[in-house]
Design a protein around this ligand. Sequence first.
Ligand code: FPP
Length: 253
Amino acid sequence: MNIPETIDRNRLPQHIAIIMDGNGRWAKERGEDRVYGHYEGVVSVREIVDACGALGIGYLTLYAFSSENWNRPKAEVDALMELLVNTIRREVDDLNRNNVRMHVIGHFESLPEACQTELQEAIDITANNTGLNLVLALSYGSRDEIARAARLIAEKVAAGTLKPEDVNDDVLAQHLYTHAFPDPELMIRTSGEHRISNFLMYQLAYAELYFTNVHWPDFRQQNLYDALHNYQQRERRFGKTSDQIQTTKPDHA
Ligand code: FPP
């Protein structure tokens, strides 16, 4: 894989999060059913996973199905779940060979049983891998995640194992689905919308946001390199001044 020289490999984000939007519009523009866009979107997933692995990115989180996506027509939901099961089944050996470790965040129990089984198998098979951590956000919503964390904390307070005065932002983060992952430094959203759409709202507090008009099925390696190049042009200040950043290294760099 040819990584362009414009990318500084020493200043890559450790964690990239992506809202893969525009599959439906991409298909419609071609006079095809929306589901065709999702099929082609899987090809982009594959390319971006490979590219992140080759770059040595630590974590890639993909928003594959939101808690709100359950409201789509049943035929589309069914097609997406089937596509997910078939893709995982087909790709798991390759993921494993490429040292990718798979994770899922979201309300796992609300996924169809076949989906849960396939995902759990992929999680188990890849559990000892040490390369890219591929995190699929499925039946995921940030508000649900934060409410769940609050509930878990409340249970500990009620049981007397946690004091209310000890609840701080770190404690909250430890009860999110993402507790074992660093926060994303770069969030990419495709297809022209400039929204967060209930995705990792807590974790994206300091992330650089990158929006592109390219629909997800057209988002390939070169588009990822463009996003990384753009990211590397930015100055991440974490509330400090520009002068402070130029003389000290930011805590979260
Ligand atoms: C958004 O496009 C896309 C989704 C809701 C699904 C994304 C899923 C995939 C790419 C396949 C999942 C596969 C794996 C293995 C992770 P949209 O349908 O909202 O497009 P629109 O905004 O143009 O209607």
